[in-house]
Design a protein around this ligand. Sequence first.
Ligand code: UT7
Length: 325
Amino acid sequence: MRSHILGTGAYVPKQVLTNVDLEGLVETSDSWIVERTGIRERRKAAPGEACSDLGIQAAQLALQAAHLQADDLDLIVLATCTGDSPLPSTASLIQYRLGATSAAALDISAACCGFVYALSVADAYIRSGVYRHVLVIGSEVMSSITDWTDRNTCVLFGDGAGAAVLGPTEEDRGLLSVHLHADGRLSDLICVPGGGSTYPVSESMLAERLQYVKMRGNETFKIAVKTMEDAVREALDAQNMKVSDVDFLLPHQANIRILKAVAQRLGLSMEQVILNLDRFGNTSAASIPLALDEAVRAGQIRPGCLIVLAAFGAGLTWASGVIRW
Ligand code: UT7
């Protein structure tokens, strides 16, 4: 038995923040951002619009597409690094507000790899027969941890959510395999230092702006290219498949230059790389399910397609997965 995706959904906040808007906040330019990242605009949540609000919208659309009701769900796994609050889990809030009364709920913290990590949890429960229907969500309000005075990071991130409902299948399709990795030695490459138990919220912690994301972008860039390429090859090797078997690479949307380098090293054309980074920026755990939902609804991903997911992010974490749609 395998797990497969029964339906997908996505949601982005209404407010569009363009590169020109950012020119008014920090010393940057539309041309620098487009050239160095490929991002043209991103979405920003309204004041008070939280991770659960975005996640619920995506989840409802995924349930509709799967022709299921909230009370058909056995488990909700939410991947996020920007939950509504430290306690309780944001998945619990979504469980309640969706009316998924039979479902267990948990959050997963694996940053930009969160959705692939969450898929692997859903897959393990479904394949083992413990749960039948699992809702996996990636939802992020990155604007809540963005330092709008730091041009190194504030141009990169966006808010959004994507979701997928998984169920069992005995057909020769679905999630064929998932591979997860982490190397905590590189935990300081991308981090939010404050707000946890190391530096609890305090006046001095806020004054040092430790509540915001910090990133050593250039070092991350180089590692991202290598780990994403390795993760894709590992995924294909595990299936005795070759790059020529792949219809689409569905990567974490961080930087167009990273994705071009990965595609080139693998021998994939950019037409095979599913992209939406120009419109949404880096939405962390939401980026893969957001792009997946768009590609499915646009008819780009069709039954039988072979898709390889590849992600990397804070932790450092990296991950891949192979899906026969
Ligand atoms: O999903 C989480 C994983 N994170 C990532 O994938 C991020 C990976 N890294 C990147 O995408 C790129 O490293 C960045 C887009 C963050 C930066 O691009 P880069 O080509 O690596 O630039 P850099 O950090 O080497 O900086 C080059 C120059 C610097 O100026 P100096 O020191 O050479 O004078 C920066 O201060 O560009 C400057 N710079 C900017 N200039 C205009 C940095 N940010 C900006 C900006 N606008 N927004």
